[in-house]
Design a protein around this ligand. Structure first.
Ligand code: HEC
Length: 128
């Protein structure tokens, strides 16, 4: 897979050296981490803080610690896919598996105890 996309990238550069290659752009805008903790650290923690405690400053970033609104997985899935108010959506930057992984992490840390794993198929379905 990686070899294939490198080949596509090389072809794109050879064919049109001045044009940005779409495949390269998509790759650059995607997060590569697969692990829920790593994804949280790379993306969510900047706003929701390490430990999920949230913050109030230039904006209000709700606490994800002991958050009863995480109980039903459909709510955080929709939020991470599409965003809401000051929270950006990440649907185009994360795969179904990455969204499931980061939410599995949040739903089982920071005082949350929702051990039912999110099926990436549920994320896929929520994209429609
Ligand atoms: C740029 C800042 C920012 C980033 C990055 C961010 N969020 Fe948020 N998040 C917010 C804001 C602001 C809200 C409140 C949205 C609103 O007002 O409805 C929010 C709300 C939420 C909620 C709803 C909480 C509740 O109790 O209603 C969840 C769940 C959530 N974020 C999860 C995540 C996850 C998981 C990530 C990482 C993939 C993430 N957020 C990344 C800013 C951010």
């Amino acid at each position: 897979m990686r070899i294939l996309s490198l080949a596509v990238l090389a072809l794109g550069i050879a064919a049109s050296p001045t044009r940005d290659d779409d495949a390269a752009f998509n790759n650059a805008a995607r997060f590569m981490q697969e692990d829920g903790a790593a994804l949280y650290g790379a993306i969510c923690q900047g706003c929701h803080m390490p430990g999920g405690g949230g913050a109030v400053g230039a904006g209000a970033y709700p606490s994800l610690a002991g958050d009863p609104r995480l109980a039903v997985a459909g709510y955080p899935i929709a939020l991470v896919l599409r965003g809401q108010k000051a929270m950006p959506g990440f649907g185009r930057m994360l795969t179904d598996e990455q969204i499931a992984a980061v939410l599995d992490y949040v739903r089982t840390h920071f005082g949350n105890d929702y051990p039912d794993k999110i099926d990436p198929a549920a994320v896929k379905a929520a994209r429609q």
